[in-house]
Design a protein around this ligand. Structure first.
Ligand code: FA5
Length: 345
């Protein structure tokens, strides 16, 4: 009987291994993998099975070496098959082109900041809360009673001119409504609902058809304060505004009153604050007019009160050293990111 030479047996096995490597590398789905499995590992006519039969044709002396080589190749083909099986059955992430190294530092995150006007509003509210004032809100769309009449601003008053207000004609209302032109509306709304004593502060948007310039904007914010209880005088008004200004601007801030006129306060004043050696106009204030107290059902003989209304954009501009309040509304990130909100409420 002629024997199969060991060299031929080994060469055939090596060729088998290379063929298995190529076919498994090309297998990209389960069907291709199954074909490769049948071709090389098939129990009846797989190429390894056929090669194993060749083992019996080796000369007796070559059988141990032939057997070792057969086992080594079989193990390699088994391992190639297991690796291909794992690759084909792994879920495919279509977006991932490279592996992610989870040990690398992450991309730096750009943190947002609270807008400087919102920072100002929150800080003013926090300071006024510490002074014992409750923060309340009122509607931005108002009726003429709350924006004018209850504040002793009669129909013929120039402040009600259509050119100075944003009137809205609303089908469900006989008379036009308007975007409120001042937060003093909230004084009336609160006094109508509650009895004295009252200490409230209200911060919000107001609207006037003013031409935008360095100190004006058609939509801006006011902070309104109101305190009503027995025995209140201008001295209380001045000390509350001075405490507020010292907390807000830092240091010992002086407050100055200049005579002025508002229909709903008597006497009325303009409020200036001295800061860094300069006097800054902050808003209007005064003692609540007895006619206003009567309009909401209070007795001016037993209670008195003060009210003030400050412009938020103006006080924010002073605090942050901004020369033009229009910059607050340009939404330029290079401008806005200069105002750190660290430590703000
Ligand atoms: C009033 O609006 C009164 N309601 C204030 C008041 C309240 C007086 C309570 C008495 C008692 P005045 O119109 O002056 O007042 O506005 C108050 C502040 O709002 C101004 O001092 C200014 O700081 C700010 N302000 C007014 N118009 C604008 C505007 N177009 N843009 C930005 N800020 C403005």
């Amino acid at each position: 009987m002629t024997h199969l030479s060991l060299e031929t047996f080994v060469a055939e096995l090596n060729e088998l291994r290379v063929g298995a490597e190529r076919m498994l590398a090309e297998a990209t789905d389960a069907a291709a993998l199954e074909s490769a499995r049948v071709a090389f590992l098939g129990a009846k006519s797989g190429r390894l099975k056929t090669a194993q039969r060749g083992l019996g044709q080796l000369a007796k002396a070559d059988k141990p070496a032939g057997g070792r080589h057969f086992n080594a190749v079989k193990q390699e083909v088994d391992a190639l098959f297991a690796a291909a099986h794992e690759r084909v059955s792994a879920p495919i992430d279509a977006h991932r082109t490279t592996a992610i190294d989870v040990t690398l530092p992450g991309d730096s995150i750009r943190l947002g900041r609270v807008h400087p006007l919102t920072q100002t509003i929150r800080r003013v509210a926090a300071i006024m809360s510490h002074l014992g004032f409750e923060v309340v809100e009122g509607p931005e769309v108002e009726d003429q009673w709350h924006n004018f009449e209850a504040l002793a601003i009669p129909a013929e008053h120039p402040a009600r001119d259509p050119l100075d207000n944003f009137y809205l004609s609303v089908a469900s209302h006989a008379e036009p409504l308007l975007l409120r032109s001042q937060t003093s509306t909230v004084q009336i709304r609160v006094m109508e609902e509650r009895d004295p004593p009252l200490r409230i502060v209200s911060l919000g948007r107001v609207y006037r058809p003013d031409t935008a310039d360095a100190t004006h904007y058609p939509m801006f914010h006011q902070v309104e304060g109101l305190l009503v209880e027995p025995g209140i005088t201008m001295a209380h008004l001045k000390s509350v505004l001075r405490s507020f200004a010292s907390s807000f601007l830092g240091g010992d801030v002086h407050v100055r009153f200049r005579p002025s006129f508002f229909p709903f306060t008597e006497p009325s004043v303009e409020v200036d604050m001295e800061w860094n050696g300069r006097w800054i106009e902050m808003g209007g204030a005064g003692m609540v007019d007895p006619a206003v107290l009567e309009a909401v059902g209070y007795d001016p003989e037993t209670v008195s009160g003060f009210a003030f209304g400050l412009g938020v954009e103006r006080i924010a501009a002073r605090r942050f050293g901004v020369a033009d309040i229009r910059d607050f509304y340009r939404n330029d990130v290079r401008f806005l990111e200069q105002f750190s909100d660290r430590g703000q409420a």
